[in-house]
Structure formats: structure tokens, C-alpha cells
Design a protein around this ligand. Structure first.
Ligand code: NOJ
Length: 523
């Protein structure tokens, strides 16, 4: 690999939900030392970077996405020293460390908000978004919170409403205030100076709100069961004018340190996602493409997302792929059994940087948890419970799947007898082995890594593409159907890997692909 290629282009990013990875202090919650202990597993697995869910001090009402101090570590997760040790141990294994950074809102326990709500004249009043109600006392406009209800919360003490896109204990910061911005940029510097390799930026598209606070129009396509805020089109709440300048400024701050990464969470049409690489000025290295996390398992739908995304990104920047993460159901809950193998092959062979969610490598399914017992505030308030995809990592088939010595904060998924690292490590045909072999192939083959991408126009149920680099050429072909289908292409010579891990023989211009099987074949 040439030195001019930034590390994040060839990297695979492993997304860890800190509370659920490994508990070393027997409180039922995963912790930073637990991640340090498992670095050898992560390295052995074959990824290049870890992205940690928020580890900052927090009342943990939204699993750490409610930060009460941007410059510290939540005691439940460890200490600043422990985090420094994790970064240095990770680096010594050639692994990068990415933190989650949540600039849209803080916790209401952050000292900034305590000051802001203390009086209308407090210097930090304008660090958050305060508005008068309408003349009849009702909230300033019709905006709906992601977790349901109005985004406006009445504050008796100062007689105004403050805004919160999520819980009322997660007040939105005012990104039009320069002092607040400066303090947040300093928090970026604080972590980068400690050696952290970058950030995944939470809810980035929501940072700036319409200056006139106009009502959002109704969404004609709204269906019950979608998020409460999707009753409206987010015309005045997402990707507002001015957002690109802010992101360019974040990038400028990150660029004060060599080789760092900014990736951002964006729920926008793909064209707009791609605009976050930057226009006049550089913005994100990786505007995250989350569309496949929410696309139902259907060959035509996946193909159309893959094609559309590639077309929108074009030459604007380097693509990125996520098939699952802590907010959406796990792959095993979204596609039929063995098809999790197709998903693995797709994720690791498309052109771009993949993010891989912990536990997908062993096919964790998650446990159904009724909304009234949900830990997740979204689950309790909207019924769309995210707990099932957040259950503890399954290390082996012993008590609590060896995640913890005590009862974990969320129940262990009942598939842990088979879906666990220990059993699957020794099994040459396991899903874990498939992931590892694909990761190895990706490292070994320039075509699969930085290579060019060409969609193959195949008939349903096949989905395929060709990757190539300097004369090295491979076809990736996935059979979404149940029946065998022939794939023909002049010049294909050898199966490099099958999702079933049971064949790697020569072929001559054609190959039969079994139902639910995916192949990488070389020319
Ligand atoms: C997006 C995060 O991924 C989600 O888990 C969180 O609840 C919200 N942002 C609020 O920070």
C-alpha cells in the first residue's frame, strides 16, 4: 500500500457498544478495560480500527449519548488513564481508536446547561436554544422529537421553552453561538491531542436549525410504526443552511492533527449525504451511509441502494458502508438464516470503508425485550426498542456468555450456546471464520481493497459486481434466492471463497451458485 493512501480508506472499522462488550469490574456493564483486554481478539479478528460508543461522563439515560462533560470519562466505564492505556495498547497493535462525539445536544446535567437554565441573563443562556411560547402559551412550533412529543420543553424557572431533538434531558446546543462552538472545538482538540484517531459524529445533520423556526410540513408518506418525527418532513430541522460551514470548521480543527478521521451520522437523501465530503472546503472524510441498515432484505432493494449510492458518491469522495449498528435491528433479525453470510460478503467486498457492528461476526440475533421493560428510552416511549441489538457480546457458552461475572445490564441473547466467539473460532465453517477469511482476502487483494468497482447487470436473484486493480480482477456474485443459478462470465477461473466455506476450486467461464450462496471468483 502506498504511503499516500490514508489509513481509513483501507480500514475496516469495528463498532463497539462499550456497555455491552466486556465487563472487567463485575458491575454487569462493559467497560474500557474490557475493551483493552479484548484487543487481541479484535486484532485476531482482522479489523483495523475500533469506534467506541460514548464513554464520557453521563447519566446514561440514552446510553451515553447524553454527555455531561465532553472532557472526561464516565466512571461506570473507567477512567481517563484507562482510556489513554486503551489508545496506547490499541496503537501498539496497529489499531486506530475512534470516539463517538455528540455535538447536537448535551445532557441537562452538563454544567453548561445548568448555567444556561439558571437565568435569562446568564452568559451561557445562548449556548442552548431558548424560545418564547406562542401567545397562547403553546410551544413555539410543531417540531416533533425523535423520541416522540414536542421538541420543546417548558422551563418554569425562566419562563421559556428549550429545544431537544431527543429526550428532554438532552437539550440541543446552539451551534449559532461562537463561544459554544469554540468550547466544542476545544473538546475535539482535547481528545486528538491524547492520541485518539478520530470521531464518529452523532446526529450531525440536526446541528443547525431553521433561523425562523418555521413549522415542518406534514409527511404524506408517513406510516404508523415509523419514528414519531417522521410525521413531518424535516424541511426546517435537518441539513439547514450553514451546516456545511460548521462541518468544514470541524474538519479544519481535526486537520490540526495529522492523519485523523471524521465520520458523520447523516439521515439524508444519498445525494445530500455525499455533499458532506465538502464542496469548496473539505468536510467529512466519511459521511456515513446508513441506508442499508434500514433496507429490508430484498435483492432489488439492496441493488438499487448500492447503485444509487455509488452513483451519488461518484468521484466526490471515498464510499462507506454500514449494514448494522446500535440503532437498527441486527442482520440475523432482518434476513433469513444463512443470508447473514451474504451480508458479510457484501460488506467486506464493496468499494469503500465498512463499519462492522460487534457481534455480527457470530450472528448474534438479540433478544426480544418488551417495550415496557426496555432500557432504551426510545423503546419505552415509541415501542421501537433498540435493546435487542444492544445485548452483551457472547464470548463463550458459559454463564452470562462470559461477558460478565454478574447479571448483565441487558439479558444475554438465548442463541449464545452456538452464537459465541469461542465455539465459532474453532469451526472452519462458522460465520466468524467466514468474516475472518473475507477480511484476510480483503487485505491480500488490492482489487478488493482499493480497487475499481463495476456493477454487473445480472438478473434477480443474483447481485454482483466486479472489483479490479492493475490487472487483478474478481467478481463477487451473491444469490439471494433459494435455488441454484448459473453465473456465466467469460474468463472466470477460480472460486476464491464461498460463503459456505466449502469450495475453492477452478471454474471455466461459468459456475453454479447455490441458493443463499455468495462467491468471490477470480479472472
Ligand atoms: C444517534 C445515536 O446513534 C442514537 O443511539 C442516539 O439515541 C441519538 N443519536 C441521540 O444522540
Amino acid at each position: 500500500m502506498s504511503n499516500t493512501v490514508p489509513w481509513w480508506r483501507t480500514a475496516v472499522i469495528y463498532h463497539i457498544l462499550v456497555p455491552s462488550f466486556y465487563d472487567t469490574d463485575a458491575d454487569g456493564w462493559g467497560d474500557i478495560n474490557g475493551i483493552t483486554e479484548k484487543l487481541d481478539y479484535i486484532r485476531w479478528f482482522g479489523v483495523d480500527a475500533i469506534w467506541l460508543s460514548p464513554v464520557y461522563p453521563s447519566p446514561l439515560l440514552d446510553l451515553g449519548y447524553d454527555i455531561s462533560d465532553y472532557l472526561g470519562v464516565e466512571p461506570k466505564f473507567g477512567t481517563l488513564d484507562g482510556l489513554d492505556r486503551l489508545v496506547s495498547e490499541a496503537h501498539s497493535r496497529d489499531l486506530k481508536v475512534i470516539l463517538d462525539w455528540v455535538p447536537n445536544h448535551s445532557s441537562d446535567r452538563h454544567s453548561w446547561f445548568c448555567e444556561s437554565r439558571s437565568s435569562r441573563n446568564n452568559p451561557k443562556r445562548d449556548w442552548y436554544i431558548w424560545r418564547d411560547g406562542k401567545p397562547d402559551g403553546s410551544p413555539p412550533n410543531n417540531w416533533i422529537s425523535v423520541f416522540g412529543g414536542s421538541v420543546w420543553q417548558w422551563d418554569d424557572h425562566t419562563g421559556q421553552y428549550y429545544m431537544h431533538h431527543f429526550l428532554d434531558s438532552q437539550p440541543d446546543l446552539n451551534w449559532r453561538n461562537p463561544d459554544m462552538q469554540a468550547a466544542m472545538y476545544d473538546s475535539i482538540r482535547f481528545w486528538l491531542a491524547r492520541g485518539v484517531d478520530g470521531f464518529r459524529i452523532d446526529a450531525l445533520d440536526m446541528l443547525i436549525k431553521d433561523e425562523l423556526f418555521r413549522d415542518n410540513p406534514p409527511n404524506p408518506d408517513y406510516e404508523d410504526g415509523n419514528g414519531p418525527d417522521s410525521k413531518h418532513l424535516p424541511v426546517y430541522t435537518r441539513a439547514q443552511k450553514g451546516i456545511h460551514d460548521i462541518v468544514a470548521q470541524m474538519r479544519k480543527v481535526a486537520d490540526e492533527y495529522p492523519d485523523r478521521l471524521l465520520a458523520g451520522e447523516l439521515y439524508l437523501p444519498l445525494e445530500e449525504v455525499a455533499s458532506f465530503y465538502g464542496r469548496e472546503k473539505p468536510e467529512l472524510h466519511l459521511p456515513l451511509n446508513l441506508r442499508l441498515c434500514w433496507t429490508s432484505w430484498d435483492r432489488d432493494e439492496w441493488k438499487s441502494v448500492v447503485d444509487e449510492y455509488n452513483q451519488k458518491v461518484g468521484s466526490k469522495g471515498w464510499p462507506t458502508w454500514s449494514l448494522s449498528m446500535h440503532d437498527c435491528p441486527r442482520l440475523a433479525a432482518r434476513c433469513p438464516g444463512e443470508h447473514t453470510r451474504l451480508a458479510a460478503m457484501l460488506l467486506l467486498t464493496l468499494r469503500g470503508t465498512p463499519t462492522h457492528y460487534y457481534g455480527e461476526e457470530i450472528g448474534m440475533r438479540g433478544t426480544p425485550i418488551p417495550a415496557n421493560e426496555a432500557h432504551d428510552p426510545q423503546g419505552r416511549r415509541t415501542g421501537r426498542n433498540r435493546d435487542p441489538q444492544r445485548t452483551p457480546m457472547q464470548w463463550n457458552s458459559k454463564l452470562h456468555a462470559d461477558f460478565s461475572r454478574v447479571e448483565p445490564w441487558l439479558p444475554i441473547s438465548d442463541d449464545f450456546q452456538t452464537a459465541n466467539v469461542s465455539d465459532q473460532s474453532d469451526d472452519p465453517h462458522s460465520l466468524l471464520t467466514l468474516y475472518r477469511r473475507l477480511l484476510q482476502l480483503r487485505r491480500d487483494m488490492p482489487a478488493l481493497n482499493l480497487g475499481e468497482y463495476q456493477s454487473l447487470e445480472l438478473e434477480n436473484p443474483l447481485l454482483g459486481y466486479q472489483r479490479s486493480s492493475n490487472g487483478q480482477r474478481v467478481d463477487v456474485v451473491l444469490n439471494f434466492g433459494d435455488d441454484p443459478v448459473f453465473y456465466r462470465n467469460d474468463g472466470i477461473k477460480r472460486i476464491l471463497i464461498s460463503t459456505n466455506l466449502d469450495r475453492d476450486h477452478e471454474v471455466f467461464n461459468e459456475v453454479e451458485i447455490r441458493g443463499g450462496e455468495g462467491l468471490v471468483v477470480s479472472h
